[in-house]
Design a protein around this ligand. Structure first.
Ligand code: GTP
Ligand code: MG
Length: 386
């Protein structure tokens, strides 16, 4: 698989280029545009569009078009995506010439061959850059192509891309002539690429620990010693978490869970803790949350409904309801006053009165219960609060 990567400073227009290609030049070629882990405007992981690139020496070639995250704190992730690039389009924001030299230096830093780079001066609708001046300032090799584009309108986007695809093909042809087929090793799709990057960034479980709150050190040590990394995380975990599984527990870590003060860690993570959830911090301050490895009520109910066992699903829900009313009446009232019965209620079973998640009881689960005649009055929020 050939890889063409769009690199550049934050907001230079990398994603916009990929979007224009997806809607334009590649529109008639099969393939989806995917941006896993990105919910806002700024790319968090990558944008990826796969497409069939034709034949190389009689062999069918699949290609992936990627754009990297430009934000400085994601440089390690950016370099991991660039490491395997057959060609790179360096997108420079024509309105911000002061960023150009640093962008080019950062692109070459992992050891990328400058001969595989095409430079695109983007946002040419807002500025009129002097290409020769850019060449001189970046000390570009004479063979490097410099193009002008306005990715917002799509002007110049296709021609830059085709130049990069030509470079990538040439690079692959040279590799083939040396008898190499490195591209076969690459992750097959966006999910596999995401999992690979995620696994590479996963921190190590430290060897020494401080107990926080109600921790039983022996249990914790046993769990951590047996825990092995998992490639996916539970649906209820915070977005961007890492997970290890072992000894009947799941261990979670989120990059933001780094605290210099144990009391602060305890306070910040209180919402994630309870009778079956513990927190431990490493001496360097990374905090990990251990949760018993049991399905949530929502997962149990989903599984029952998938197996067409609505009565069992209903009895699980009613059982949980009774338990909550008995043990934590105040928590039930609190949630009952919310607009709907949602995932927060489900997580209350783990013993916290603070919603751990704002995910709703899914519309499909609700519809499924209703279609089985299994939607009792109890679930009406107004009925619940009385
Ligand atoms: N006027 C103008 N605006 C552009 C152009 N290209 C991109 N933009 C705008 O610039 C902003 C940033 O574009 P993105 O494509 O999200 O930038 P990015 O490089 O992917 O940014 P990160 O993912 O944060 O690294 C958006 O508001 C785009 O609409 C262009 O050629 N002209
Ligand atoms: Mg982007």
């Amino acid at each position: 698989m050939l890889r063409v990567v769009y690199d550049g400073a934050p907001s230079a227009g990398k994603t916009t280029n990929v979007q224009r290609l997806h809607e334009g030049l590649l529109a008639k070629r099969d393939g989806r545009l995917e941006s896993p882990g990105t919910s806002g405007r700024r790319t968090e992981w990558f944008d990826r569009r796969e497409f069939f690139g034709g034949y190389l020496d009689g062999m069918p070639v699949r290609c992936e078009l990627l754009s990297v995250p430009g934000q400085a704190h994601l440089t390690r992730r950016r370099h991991a995506l660039l490491r395997d690039a057959d060609a790179v389009v360096l997108v420079l924001d024509a309105t911000r010439p002061e960023t150009h030299a640093a962008s080019y230096a950062s692109l070459l830093q992992p050891g990328l061959d400058p001969a595989r780079v095409v430079v695109q001066l983007n946002k040419c609708d807002l500025a009129t850059p002097d290409e020769n001046e850019v060449r001189r300032r970046l000390d570009l090799p004479p063979s490097t192509l410099v193009s002008c584009a306005d990715a917002a309108s799509g002007e110049g986007v296709g021609s830059t891309f085709l130049s990069a695809v030509r470079l990538a093909t040439e690079h692959a042809r040279q590799a083939l002539s040396r008898g190499e087929l490195p591209a076969l090793e690459r992750p097959r799709d966006a999910a596999a690429l995401w999992a690979t990057l995620h696994a590479e960034e996963r921190p190590e479980l430290p060897a020494h620990w401080h107990p926080v709150g109600e921790v039983v050190p022996l249990v914790v040590r046993r769990v951590l010693a047996a825990a092995i990394p998992s490639t996916s995380t539970r649906a209820w975990a915070l977005e961007g978490s890492y997970e290890w599984v072992g000894a009947g527990f799941v261990v979670h870590h989120h990059p933001s869970w780094r605290f210099d003060d144990i009391d602060v860690a305890w306070r910040e993570l209180a919402a994630h803790l309870g009778p079956h959830r513990f927190a431990v911090t490493s001496p360097t301050g990374e905090t990990f949350v251990l949760t018993r490895d049991a399905p949530t009520l929502l997962e149990e109910v989903d599984a029952c409904l998938e197996a067409d066992e609505a009565p069992t699903a209903l009895s699980r829900l009613l059982h949980a309801w009774e338990g909550l009313t008995h043990v934590r009446g105040h928590a039930v009232v609190r949630v009952a006053s919310a607009a709907c019965v949602d995932g927060a209620w489900v997580h209350l079973g783990l013993g916290t009165t603070t919603p751990a998640s704002s995910r709703g009881l899914s519309a499909s689960l609700r519809a499924s219960l209703e279609s089985h005649g299994a939607w009792p009055e109890l679930w009406n929020p107004r009925a619940m609060s009385t």
